[in-house]
Design a protein around this ligand. Structure first.
Ligand code: ZN
Length: 196
């Protein structure tokens, strides 16, 4: 079972290192539109960590790339293990708070433990058990895990299968999810495999 615990600095330093490696690999490739060089063009984010990841509120930049050729300026944002798409909470909180929400008895207990509003964790639960199950990360993971993880218990049923240590399991799940964290890089999983 997943109890509330605070994800600390060392955990996030690991995620920053992975994101740095991914953006470095992505920058080695030319612009998809014009073949020009890609330069760093990070953009600001103000993520929330709730009670679980206050340290993550210092993540103020989403690593991104921008074509250097005049007239193109195409943006390419590689996958991330920190930011899960446009959600304001960082990915690790989306995972951990959703896991806690599955095991906590009451809505108020979930809010006390996570610092995330109840309607938000309910929305995440619907995502894990619905749209998430049609994504390529879930399909690929399910194909490797026998028996397949129980859908009603997502994301806990996946975390238990990825690692015994909760923070290691969360990092592994973030890496699996990374390809769906951006729509502006095709097949970002290549860079991720290189970075892990
Ligand atoms: Zn370009």
């Amino acid at each position: 079972m997943f109890d509330a615990f605070e994800l600390r600095g060392e955990f996030f330093e690991g995620l920053v290192a992975i994101d740095e490696a991914i953006v470095a690999r992505a920058a080695e490739e030319p612009c998809r539109d014009c073949g020009g060089p890609l330069h760093r063009g990070d953009y600001p984010r103000k993520p929330r960590g709730g009670h679980l990841a206050a340290a993550a509120e210092s993540f103020d930049r989403r690593f991104s790339l921008c074509c250097g050729r005049e007239g193109c300026r195409h943006r390419a944002t590689p996958p991330s293990v920190r930011f899960l798409g446009r959600r304001v909470y960082i990915g690790a909180v989306v995972i951990l708070a959703s896991a806690i929400a599955l095991t906590a008895m009451t809505a108020s207990a979930i809010v006390r433990a996570t610092g995330v509003p109840a309607r938000t964790t309910r929305r995440w639960s619907r995502w894990w058990q619905g749209p998430f199950t049609t994504t390529s990360p879930f399909v690929d993971l399910s194909a490797r895990l026998v028996p397949a993880p129980e859908r009603r218990r997502l994301p806990v049923s996946l975390l238990h299968r990825l690692a015994v240590d909760p923070s290691v399991a969360i990092t592994k799940l973030l890496a699996w999810l990374a390809p769906i964290t951006t729509t502006s890089s095709r097949d970002g999983s290549r860079w991720l495999r290189a970075a892990m």
